[in-house]
Design a protein around this ligand. Sequence first.
Ligand code: HEM
Length: 397
Amino acid sequence: MSNLNRRSVLTLGVALGLVSAAGVGAAPALAAPAAAGTDPWWVWDDEVDQLVAGLITSGQVPAVNTAMRSWVNNSDAIPSGLPANLRTYLQGVNTLPSWADRTKLRLAADFNRRKDTYLFMLYGLGSGIMSTVIPREAKSVYWSAGGANMQDRAAKTFTFGYDLSELTAFEPNGQFVVTANKTRLVHAAVRHLLPQSPHWRAVANEPGLIPISNGDILVTFHSLGTFVHKKLKEWKVPMTAAEEAAFLHQWQVAMHLLGVRDEFIPQTWSAAYAQSASALSPILAPSTEGKELAEDLLGLTAQIDLGITRGFLNEFVRYVLSNEIGDWLRLPRDYAAAALIRTVWPAFIAFREGLNPIAPVSFYMFDQFIRAIAMLFLNKGASGTTTLITIPTGNRP
Ligand code: HEM
């Protein structure tokens, strides 16, 4: 699909989102009418982009990274060692948006804790592998500095999911607001650096040749939040309406903190589904970079003893995403594992969620598998946490 077509479908998706949001009387702060005339594929994060570009060209990034090490908890003061312009900027954005609802955020945190095993698995194996078939994301990640070391990069990305899923994520002693702001700075650096990479320029299909627009971030959100919500529904994991709304709300706040304009943020799950169908589904495709990243990611997971074979892991990815994506990534078939997953997984969820009193055969194998994936997240998240995220100063050579 051409750039123009894709942009126009997303704009349509946003318009649909606004229409349905207005229909259910969603929070007015998110429903600014300005969206109608603005295209998220041509919106980046101007203020911080300029600021970080200045820090890179003046060689201040290493000192900024050092000063940022002590900045971890949401309640921490912005480090005094940062350049004045960056401090002033961060003081303005290092806070929840006015429309954030702390009651919803607490419910989301509690929900995340109760469902953490499914969430870690879906984010890690589902969203993580899906990111490799979102060509613009795969190419950006591959050709940025972090692409050269996927293990380290995956650990940093896990930190984001871990901080978001923590019980205290948005509380003063939590870390998510800081993690999101550091990520926003990293993305700003990437927007300055990647256009200087001849490798990236040769493969990039980006409006104005600048990566990570608001549109791109929305697409990634759909590969994370919308995808996970859809799977939990499909798998009949019990969720109250309030929990579903809270889960969306946490992502709305996350997108705001990552620099997405409020008017582009979907306000309801139906708006999010419509936007995902028009902006994410049609662009999924294999790429050379994505295939290599997927192999790295699955190789990384395979290093941990998940109590399963690589064939099972490949089939689980196929089950969670699709056979089409599995074929794109050339994941070898293991038909016995595929049949086992197809029959046992729904029974496993029903038993685990108390919907069916009979434990399926292979219950322990599945249980060990999802717990091991969760531990992979928790260990990476707990060791080093937010200090891991640093602003890059170059690209992948
Ligand atoms: C860096 C999360 C959207 C490309 C990061 C980091 C996190 C993160 C936590 C810092 C870790 C690191 O340094 O590796 C997210 C989230 C997103 C999002 C939660 C949306 C919901 C995107 C999009 C793109 C992108 C849309 C590209 C199209 C990158 C790149 C880096 C990065 C290239 C730097 C990698 C490096 O060189 O270290 N992102 N991101 N991100 N992100 Fe994102």
